[in-house]
Write a protein that binds this ligand. Sequence first.
Ligand SMILES: C[S@@+](CC[C@H](N)C(=O)[O-])C[C@H]1O[C@@H](n2cnc3c(N)ncnc32)[C@H](O)[C@@H]1O
Length: 299
Amino acid sequence: MPITRSIIDPQALQRAVPVSDVRRYWQAHPLLSYEGDTSETADFFLMLDDAKRQDSETFAFPYWAFDQWAGRDVLDIGCGPGWVSVQYADGDARVTSVDLTDTAIGLAKKHLALKDVSAKIGVASAENLPFPSNCFDLVVASGVLHHTPDCQKAITEAFRVTRPGGAGKITLYRKGILHHPLVFSVMLIVMRLLGVRHPGADLAKTSRTVDDFIRRYDGDDNPVGIGKSDADWVKDLTAAGWQVLGLEIHFFPLRFTPFPVVVRKIIHRFFDRYFGTMAYFRLRKPDTKSETDQPPKKL
Ligand SMILES: C[S@@+](CC[C@H](N)C(=O)[O-])C[C@H]1O[C@@H](n2cnc3c(N)ncnc32)[C@H](O)[C@@H]1O
């Protein structure tokens, strides 16, 4: 790739990464492995559940609607250690879970067993799902598709396997107000002053650019982690055929900040709502040709 292109488009380098590099990274560093020992599975899953419920997903439960898919076919793409899969299985959905790495699949299997729920589960890439078209009522990808080099292909694959009239819940790293060049510089200074310690990467000290900051959120050596504006993600989703029914902003983990728990609880909803780092898209696959031809709804 010409150097000039990657200077002009800092995400181009990430799009050129082979999927095998992504697999190698996540194989060695499954979700939250910088925060807990994955071999101590019971403790690890307790920590994972706590981080999801008390921090990253606290205000997103109505979005996920884990209890509203009983008896329906749900696919969890990039399941990681299986937290989302466990929640839908616990709500009596028929869950299928895939991930790029067998580390994640091993952890997710243990997690499902520990919670006494079941799912069909195996290794697969979001870019080439091993399922026929139109076979799931709900397709979920929680914080996954921005990690695969050909994200557009993965968004299109998720659409392909969804039944006409079915739903998608896809959450993606977003560039919001905190990533505006002026605000971003101030944010890094504030993070340094507060002594924010992000596991896996000292984001405040070592991030050079917004794209670098977003990529490293999941660890210094994470090869792909792409953030876009909400409007750009809407373009990508609609280009794949999805109807975008709505968008919620969430995900502002505060557990790495030095604030006492009581302060975190007071400010959490505000930060999640206004400075959330992920766009949670509510999607639908149109069920007739004429619906497909209609312009996307305004958000
Ligand atoms: C940040 S973790 C999210 C895990 C889980 N979805 C959750 O929300 O708890 C990202 C996961 O995406 C997986 N992943 C990355 N690229 C993938 C791909 N092309 N296909 C399937 N899974 C992928 C990684 O292996 C990792 O488990």
